[in-house]
Design a protein around this ligand. Sequence first.
Ligand SMILES: NC(=O)c1ccc[n+]([C@@H]2O[C@H](COP(=O)([O-])OP(=O)(O)OC[C@H]3O[C@@H](n4cnc5c(N)ncnc54)[C@H](O)[C@@H]3O)[C@@H](O)[C@H]2O)c1
Length: 275
Amino acid sequence: MESHEYLTSLFSLDGRVAVVTGSSGTIPSALSRALLRSGARVILWSRGIRVPVEEAVARIEDDAGVHGRAYGMKVEAGNEDSVGEAFRKTVELFGIPDILVNGVGGNRDREPLIKADVEGFKKTLELNLVSGFLIPTKAFASTLIDADHPGCVINIAAMSSFRPFSGVWGYDAAKTGIVSLTQAAARELAPHNIRVNAIAPGFFIGDQNKSLLLDEKSGGLTERGRSIILRTPFGRFGTIDELEGVAVFLASERASGFMTGVTVPIDGGFLTDTV
Ligand SMILES: NC(=O)c1ccc[n+]([C@@H]2O[C@H](COP(=O)([O-])OP(=O)(O)OC[C@H]3O[C@@H](n4cnc5c(N)ncnc54)[C@H](O)[C@@H]3O)[C@@H](O)[C@H]2O)c1
């Protein structure tokens, strides 16, 4: 077998249908692009608040250089009715999906524990665990189990899943929870041939964290940015395309079919930091 043919047989997602939630976000967009380039049809679920759904689809297709295989749907990932309806529509239009990427999630401002905003804490848990895992995964698994269809889920954890960040109490709790729920769901869904894994991105400059990591005026590192780089053996932030390979690997049944319950760090060695 030619090497090209071998690699295609390992990693091609031709004929697969992937649903990506939070798809206009920085990391979900990168993962959508990777799945598209690998041959999947990608259903981009988005609230359409920051970017209209059609615009998000056009942007991802242009970035991927692939046209006609991405489709947008307006979905509120934290609402069971909205997600249930979106799965029904997805199945009707594209067949049973094979891959779910739980891309919804996010962080809030830092605060000392004694000033912690309880409502804010609850909202962060809700965003990352309920919208970012529970509701879409429950509906996806139930659709696949009913149809006796194999599949896989990719969750998004973070460095704070392993090392608590300072001052982001809800985010620390939620992202630790993602690692645990990835394992628990993997165990429960394995008999149905549904794999559940996660990726844990290290530090990537995105719209949301740019001002925390880079000084707006000088373009140099902030104190927090410097502290991260010092703890990262590669001595730099990641680039968003460095997340793509793991997403394709985890989505491919042939490449990672015996892997489940795993959270893969993509962090330039950040988690190896020690004295
Ligand atoms: N950016 C980073 O450096 C980084 C690092 C580690 C982990 N992560 C994780 O990656 C994931 C994506 O982060 P990002 O930085 O790309 O964030 P982002 O804010 O760019 O993307 C998240 C998307 O989810 C959408 N969303 C939020 N609530 C929703 C809901 N209820 N229904 C539907 N859509 C909803 C938002 O509109 C947004 O488009 C998050 O779980 C985040 O915690 C990000």
